[in-house]
Design a protein around this ligand. Structure first.
Ligand SMILES: C[S@@+](CC[C@H](N)C(=O)[O-])C[C@H]1O[C@@H](n2cnc3c(N)ncnc32)[C@H](O)[C@@H]1O
Length: 231
């Protein structure tokens, strides 16, 4: 049995996914309603959000201070599986929110024999809640959450990175990849949720940049992109 399937963690994750559903329900209904009424595609909505972030990122995410915005159970299990597959012992995550994806990743570290996950989150209230959830999961010894803007908090991750999970501000996917890139090695995995930014996808899918990158259908329409550093 895996750490993910232990009673302590499976009960906690079930509760957190239920809390996320309740906390984010109105937001999801608004987005779906807006798309239906305006006829806008996901790509158009993404372009609008990216432009809004570029003018005032703090305000955008302050509005979501009580939203989980977390990965689905299926994507969480995929994160766990990927971290096990590449035997990750050092993981970096951009965008911790309430710590749901961090629990999946840290559970994989536990089953890989130990290691470290460095996460980062802009909203102080979310940092506190993520730390509490990770402690409840019994995984606090494996996780460091850095409070602040990832452009600063991830400038020094202190060692090689086996797996990078990108799930923060949509406009920062390429800048954060470039920030952490010197710590990636051939075989390191880069996973992105909500990868809609053109600059990120164009860079990652150009093989001359050293990655093999492709969309994957874990959660259709949610911009799941899998990449491996090849050289
Ligand atoms: C989609 S949520 C992350 C969900 C999380 N990975 C999970 O599955 O539980 C994105 C988070 O990134 C945070 N964020 C946005 N911009 C950031 C930045 N520049 N630095 C650090 N965190 C940021 C937001 O506050 C938000 O909580």
């Amino acid at each position: 049995m895996t750490t993910l399937d232990s009673e302590r963690i499976s009960v906690l994750l079930d509760r957190l996914h239920q809390d996320a559903e309740a906390a984010d329900r109105t937001l999801v209904e608004e987005v779906v309603g807006d798309m239906a009424a305006s006829g806008k595609t996901m790509e158009q909505l993404a372009a609008e959000l990216i432009s809004e972030e570029r003018s005032d990122m703090r305000s955008v995410y302050r509005r979501h201070a009580d939203h989980f915005l977390s990965v689905s159970p299926a994507y969480g299990r995929f994160l766990y599986a990927m971290a096990r597959a590449c035997r990750a012992t050092r993981i970096v995550e951009f965008g911790t929110s309430m710590g749901v994806s961090a629990i999946y990743l840290a559970a994989a570290l536990r089953d890989n024999g130990g290691g470290k996950l460095i996460g980062t989150e802009l909203e102080p209230g979310k940092v506190a809640r993520a730390r509490a959830h990770i402690a409840t999961a019994g995984l606090a010894d494996l996780v460091e959450i850095r409070e602040g803007d990832a452009r600063e908090t991830l400038a020094d991750v202190g060692g090689p990175v086996d797996l990078l999970h990108i799930d923060g501000a949509w406009s920062l996917y390429l800048p954060i990849l470039k920030l952490v890139e010197p710590r990636l090695r051939p075989g390191s995995v880069v996973l992105a949720e909500n990868a809609f930014a053109d600059d990120y996808l164009t860079f990652m899918r150009n093989p001359t940049n050293g990655y093999l990158s492709q969309p994957i259908p874990v959660d259709e329409g949610r911009g799941n992109e899998f990449a491996v550093k090849v050289d």
